[in-house]
Design a binder for this molecule. Structure first.
Ligand SMILES: C[S@@+](CC[C@H](N)C(=O)[O-])C[C@H]1O[C@@H](n2cnc3c(N)ncnc32)[C@H](O)[C@@H]1O
Length: 459
């Protein structure tokens, strides 16, 4: 039963003894968990209870009585409200420790993997302005067109121009497009009614090439010709790096940001970037890691864990535009990549061509459907790399891998809990998880990327 003292609007002094995976502080009163946004493990804080439910309460941070040594002043003025960064109040070393602990804890609690070695998280030297992709929601709020960032756990938009983790070019483009929308009287999208035109402004930047793509997501089939022409003129005159401008058509009432149809209104179909010595073509819908500096660190680790000698057949599942496939192909006999987004597969094939790589083959489709088919046709992998979305691998796929028995599985993941779940599943079926290397792809946020090595236990 909830302690009767823990009621809405009551104040308490508690010690923060842990943190959630989203970076909220956790304290306890009579063993009853209280989540406190903005509090750091080790702190003594005064809170006001703002919500009580059956198993936990939520406290608002009122005063910090004993601050953590890792507490710093967040540089962003909207940090407390914005849903983007969640750890800006912790120094960078503490952020990295938080991520390492998160991976360790998930391995133990979810995967029941007590002996996997979790290395310290590899951080960045320059941990601000690292993102190569920005998405700014645009909306009509009380008759005014606003563009900015989603507030924490909501779709309310915080009006703010700059973002500490975005490339400064994205900030410039957002301001230009926002001003253009307002000055030309183009309506902004209204989530609740489904009316209005402009939904999102997206930018993608080639870190090494400097090329920029701008995508305007619209709730319409097109924009008037003169509007498109003027937008192109303004953007290309004011930001010389802009090499590609698209309209993305999304007329569905949905939280999914991008629609399926793209209309190129200026320049190149795709921009390009380099990871290591490999060049990649990036089109509007394709997945491309958002932190190019750390991507190279991550992929080099994946390559090391793959332990290739040049004789192996490799599967790269959930391969996106073939980035890991091409990295691995340099040391493998043959690589098969599988990816569900057809545009990404087209990019992957083009990327292989651009880089003069001939020992790769790509398949469009779901990994859990394609792999059983190619395996049944007699293609067996010695090494498998998987890099699924946050929900992790489909169980059918894991079962096919268990049947196929590759020597090594290199699992790249942006979600430690589904990673631990899948490693646990494979551990009970003839695989051993040896080591995990978290890589900080998302400084200032609670997200962490991790690459893990598993190998088949010999009979
Ligand atoms: C985390 S991304 C990794 C992409 C790539 N490995 C990289 O590093 O850029 C996950 C990819 O899985 C794709 N995907 C999602 N579900 C899939 C499925 N069932 N089968 C194959 N690919 C899938 C997504 O489209 C996305 O490109």
């Amino acid at each position: 039963m909830v302690n009767p003292d823990i009621k809405k609007n009551s104040n308490h002094i508690i010690e923060i003894t842990g943190m959630t995976h989203e970076g909220l502080g956790v304290g306890r009163i009579d063993n009853f968990a209280i989540f406190v946004d903005g509090a750091i493990k080790g702190e003594l804080v005064e809170i006001k209870i703002i919500k009580v439910s059956k198993n936990y309460a939520v406290g608002k941070l009122m005063r910090i009585l004993k601050p953590s040594e890792s507490r710093v002043n967040p540089s962003c003025p909207v940090f407390k409200r914005c849903g983007g960064c969640s750890l800006q109040h912790m120094d960078y070393k503490a952020q990295l420790n938080f991520k390492t602990e998160l991976v360790r804890e998930n391995m133990k609690r979810i995967g029941k993997l007590d002996d996997v070695i979790v290395h310290d998280t590899i951080g960045m030297e320059n941990f601000m302005n690292y993102r190569n992709k920005a998405l700014y929601p645009v909306a009509a709020v009380k008759g005014k067109t606003v563009a900015g960032f989603y507030a924490k756990r909501s779709h309310d938009i915080i009006e703010h121009d700059s973002c500490d983790i975005q490339d400064v070019i994205s900030t410039r483009i957002k301001k230009i497009v926002h001003k253009f929308i307002v000055e030309n009287g183009i309506s902004a999208y209204h989530e609740s009614t489904g009316e209005g035109t402009i939904r999102h402004i997206m930018t993608r930047i080639g870190f090494k090439t400097g090329e920029v793509m701008v995508v305007l997501v619209i709730n319409a089939d097109d924009l008037p010709m003169k509007v498109k022409k003027r937008l192109v003129e303004i953007l290309t005159e004011e930001v010389l790096e802009v090499k590609s401008i698209y309209l993305n058509i999304n007329k569905k009432i949905t939280n999914t940001i991008l629609g399926d149809t793209n209309k190129l209104i200026y320049g190149k179909e795709a921009i390009s970037d380099f990871i290591g010595n490999l060049e990649f073509r990036i089109s509007p819908l394709s997945f491309f890691q958002v932190n190019p500096v750390q991507t190279e660190v991550l992929y080099n680790k994946a390559l090391e864990y793959a332990g290739l000698t040049g004789n192996e057949t490799v599967f790269d599942l959930y391969c996106g535009i073939g980035t890991i496939s091409l990295f691995l192909s340099q040391k493998a006999k043959k690589v098969y990549g599988v990816e569900v987004v057809e545009d990404a597969v087209r990019d992957a094939k083009e990327n292989a061509r651009i880089n003069g790589i001939n020992n790769v083959e790509f398949f469009a489709g779901k990994a859990e459907e394609v792999v059983p088919v190619i395996y049944a046709q007699g293609v067996r992998a010695d090494v498998v790399a998987v890099d699924p979305p946050r929900k992790g691998c489909d169980q059918t796929l894991l079962d096919t891998l268990v049947e196929m028995q590759p020597e090594r599985i290199v699992y790249v993941s942006c979600n430690p809990s589904t990673l631990a779940r899948d490693l646990g599943y494979l551990s009970e079926r003839g695989y051993k998880a040896h080591e995990a290397q978290p890589v900080d792809m998302f400084p200032q946020t609670h997200h962490v990327e991790c690459v893990t090595l598993m190998s088949r236990v010999k009979d």
